[in-house]
Design a protein around this ligand. Structure first.
Ligand code: HEM
Length: 499
């Protein structure tokens, strides 16, 4: 161990040559809770430093990690010193084959240009209406049919799988105007979705081993790198068809909107660039809302009083918008204005994301030496990991009841308005600062529509013996899915009950 280094390290025990890797490995199936425990142990500082490669030259750069969930530090990294904390070359190189220089995978000018263009589009009402249209179409034409049949046959469904399919279809519709209908009776395999999944997974592999391993595999076209190459060919062909189609028939999707724009020199975007731009949006918006909804439904199974309040709120709104005839409440999914009025439901979704953020941790690479607001010294070239999962679970941030599921904490005193925390960096499930999630409002709209579509018709119960566990990946999936039975909810006069 480098002697001056061991004095700096404040996290879990670090050993000579292997640093903190052994304890990381030991806790590999509960990494997020382990990090939260380490951060809790630091008291109010909620920051520690650790090293995975304690050898000269690398110990203070590649191998060095500052782990934090301190809101002041988060604000510093994500907003105040944004320029000093880009995603960095390690992340970008790994994602380059899949995402190129798209918004999700670029820094500096390349990122800024796309961000400005996209930000304009994401504030338009037409994009929100387009999202409502894609969501409602999949709920009405396919999701309800699948759920109705499962309820009638009394068979369980994997809610996570259904939701992943639904949001994948929605994001494809929204970004390039083509719904691949992966959510269909029989749950068919779709070549584009399979190839996209394989490419994403193979890309993740690149983070598991030192860079030289995947570069060597890529050179020889073996293992995960071979799968990546093959799946990218399928993805590229599918995207080229979509682009050719949109060129002939422009619509209100993001691809059509980007086709009308030009780069800084006034040239139209090439098909290759359009392809990567669109794929970045698909990656950003595909799994995040479905994973959040999966945790949300599981939390409701365990907190029926919250479920009752949500159903009562939806009933109150629908009574006003559709009248007293209960049949009309379940005939059509929510429209945009109805979804907008569901304040308690939004609070319950935000509370879900506080405890189970879809992106549980994120990384930045420091350009220059820096000092965080809590006094932690960050060396140039080292990595800052910010644990979004831990930020939602610290007593010092959220109070003694921090691990309880309480949507009320998101409401105004009179319980009639959604009120996020005054310090925005206490809640970073949608990131913060200039790189805040662009799809936040669309995601809430989508999640509310799906939640209401399920809850007005059914109550869910967990299949006995089903184990709910976190999967350790960049997105907080449930490892074994969420297997549930559906119990039709009978709508009676004045209140809703179970048949
Ligand atoms: C519950 C749902 C969602 C959550 C929790 C979420 C969370 C996040 C987070 C944490 C980031 C920052 C990632 C990073 O920089 O490494 C992000 C970025 C982004 N999100 Fe979301 N997201 C959600 C839904 C969506 C949807 C539905 C869309 C698109 C329709 C979307 C579009 C984007 C885009 C384009 C970025 C990149 C912004 C940039 O780098 O400038 N997100 N999101």
């Amino acid at each position: 161990m480098v002697p001056s280094l061991s004095r700096t390290l404040t996290g879990p025990k670090a050993w000579p040559f292997v640093g903190s890797l052994p304890v990381l490995f030991k806790n590999r199936s509960r990494v997020h809770d382990w990090i939260a425990g380490n951060l809790r142990a630091t008291g109010t500082s909620t920051t520690y430093q650790t090293c995975t490669i304690p050898i000269p030259f690398l110990a203070r750069k590649e191998g060095f990690y500052t782990v934090t969930c301190n809101p002041k530090n988060l604000e510093h990294i994500l907003r105040t010193r944004f320029d000093n904390y880009p995603k960095g070359p390690k992340w970008q190189t790994a994602f380059d084959d899949l995402l190129g220089q798209g918004i999700f995978n670029s820094d500096g000018e390349t990122w800024l240009m796309q961000r400005k263009t996209a930000a304009l589009e994401f504030t338009t009402r037409t994009l929100r209406l387009a999202m409502a249209r894609w969501v409602n179409r999949s709920i009405k034409n396919r999701f309800w049919c699948i759920l109705d049949k499962a309820a009638k046959d009394n068979v369980s469904v994997d809610m996570q799988d259904l939701l992943l399919r639904l949001t994948f279809d929605n994001i494809c519709g929204l970004t390039f105007g083509k719904d691949p209908e992966t959510l269909s009776p029989g749950l068919p395999e779709n070549p584009f979705s399979v190839a996209f999944d394989t490419a994403t997974e193979a890309t993740m592999h690149r983070f598991l081993y030192p860079g030289v391993v995947w570069r060597f595999q890529k050179l020889l076209c073996i293992g995960a790198e071979k799968r990546l190459k093959q799946s990218l060919q399928v993805v590229d062909t599918y995207m080229n068809d979509a682009i050719a189609d949109r060129k002939k028939n422009p619509s209100d999707d993001l691809l059509s909107r980007f086709m009308k724009k030009s780069d800084t020199c006034g040239n139209a975007f090439t098909s290759k660039l359009l392809q990567r731009i669109v794929l970045n949006f698909v990656l950003a918006g595909r799994d995040t809302s479905s994973v959040a909804l999966t945790w949300f439904f599981w939390l409701l199974i365990n907190h029926p009083h919250v479920e009752d309040k949500i159903v009562a709120e939806i009933a109150t709104v629908l009574k006003e918008t559709r009248g007293g005839e209960r049949r009309k409440w379940v005939e059509e999914p929510l429209d945009f204005e109805e979804a907008d009025r569901l304040v308690y439901l939004k609070a319950a979704l935000a509370e879900t994301l506080r405890l189970y953020p879809s992106v549980p941790q994120d990384f930045k690479q420091a350009v220059n030496d820096d000092v965080l607001p809590d006094g932690t010294v960050v060396p140039a070239g080292s990595t800052v990991t910010y644990s979004i999962y831990s930020a939602g679970r610290m007593e010092t941030i959220w109070g003694e009841d921090c691990v309880e599921f309480k949507p009320e904490r998101w409401l105004s005193v009179r319980l009639d308005r959604f009120e996020p925390p005054k310090d925005g960096f206490k809640f970073v499930a949608f990131n913060g600062g200039p790189r805040t999630c662009l799809g936040k409002d669309l995601a809430y709209l989508q999640m509310k529509s799906v939640a209401a579509a399920v809850l007005l018709r059914y109550r869910l119960s967990l299949v006995p013996g089903h184990r709910v566990e976190q999967k350790m990946s960049l997105t907080l999936f449930m490892k074994n899915g969420l297997r549930v039975f559906l119990h039709p909810r009978k709508i009676e006069d004045g209140h809703l009950s179970i048949e």
